[in-house]
Structure formats: structure tokens, C-alpha cells
Design a protein around this ligand. Sequence first.
Ligand code: SF4
Length: 249
Amino acid sequence: MRRVESNPQFLKSWAASAVEEILTYFRFLAERGCVGFECSKPTLDMIGAWGRRKKIWSETLKEIRTDLGDCRRCRLSKGRKHIVFGTGDPHARLMFVGEGPGYEEDQSGEPFVGAAGRLLTRIIDAIHLSREQVYICNIIKCRPPGNRNPMADEIEICYPFLKRQIASVEPDIICALGTFAAQTLLDIGSPISKLRGCFHDYSGIKVLPTYHPAYLLRNPEKKRDVWEDMKKLMKALDVRDESLSQDLK
Ligand code: SF4
């Protein structure tokens, strides 16, 4: 018989379910207005953090950006106007990771500011958050010429900086926008249509792949799928007031 204490994976999942049970019980007490227990949100957040990975040392986003510098590590540096590093809350619970900058992002240096970016802003609004409350970045930080897909070697060179950004922000959930973000983060070749709709794992962080907003602009009938994904995301973030949510029109 397998010895439980020698199986770290089993212990990890057992501890996670034990913490979840405690949280569920405390939420139950809080909802019943129970006195004598400290069931406030800070306490629930603290309990929810039990057993999660401990940050021993981490860089700040500013330090990572400084290290990136005027990056010439791959060929995409030749045609870019701006490096598009990322924006938002440096300690966000939710991180959106897209593919790479387009024309408007390259011009401004900000991620997701074009038509697809405006749709992403509406998606973020719909889950009762603001762009300032999340962190938004991309797999690669310079615009590929003609908005072509990033090449494997370009992703390989740039990806370590995204990994460092993720380690610095340490989000609870990463929403991977589109094929390249999902496949890169999950190190998998499956299409986004197969990956979306459920949570995956990136170093202990939940990853929810969904369609890229640019794809939604071309295929508006897929908005319904994204909204279903966002409802799962809200539930995982414990954003409860779904009744206020607007649909993605
Ligand atoms: S895409 Fe990344 S690795 Fe390539 S030049 Fe830009 S910042 Fe550097």
C-alpha cells in the first residue's frame, strides 16, 4: 500500500481540501452572522493563503523591467517602437497574459489598448474589476512585424521575463488569452478550443485559458464561451455578486 506521508502530491491535495473545508465552514458561519468567530474577509484571505507557496525571495516588477532594459535579445527588437512590458497592480490576484503587442500597443507602450484591448477592458468590467486591479501583459514584449504570430525562438528568449513577472506578481489566477499564451504557459500543444473552459496549473497557480479578445472581434459568437469562462473565474476569485454582471455584447 502506498504510504501517504511519502507522497507529497497527495499531501498537497489533502492539505488544499482541508483548507477549503475550513474556509467553507467559516464562510457558512459568517453568512449566518455567527458571533464569537473571527470570520472577516482578512481572516478568510489569511486562511486561504495557508499551504500556498511561500515566497522566499522575489524581484519587483521594476527590477525586472530594469534588467530587460533596451532589450535586443531577439530579432523583434529591430522593428519595434516600444517594449510593452505590462501594466496594472503589481500584486494583483488576477493576471491576464496575451500573445504580443499589436500596432497600437507598440505605439503607446501599453498592453491591450487597441480594439481588442477595449474589449478586454469590457470583460474586466464585467467581472467587477478594473484594469488597475489586475495585471496585464503578454508572452512577448515587442510587436512582430505585420502582427504575424511570434516564432518559437522569440517566445523562448522572451518567456523567462514573463516567468519572472508572474513570480513577482504571484497572482491567484492567470487568465491566458489565446492559443500562444495558453500553450506557452501550460507547455502543451493543444488548441485553445480544447484548453479553455477549465482550470489548469502553472507552478501552483490556476490558469484559465480563454479566447483572445482579437479572436472574439472576428468571431463574436464565441463571446458566450468567454462569458462562461469568466463566470468560473469570478467564482474562483470569490467575486460573488454575479447579478450585477453585464453580458458581453
Ligand atoms: S520580444 Fe522580448 S526578447 Fe525579443 S527583443 Fe523584445 S523584449 Fe527582448
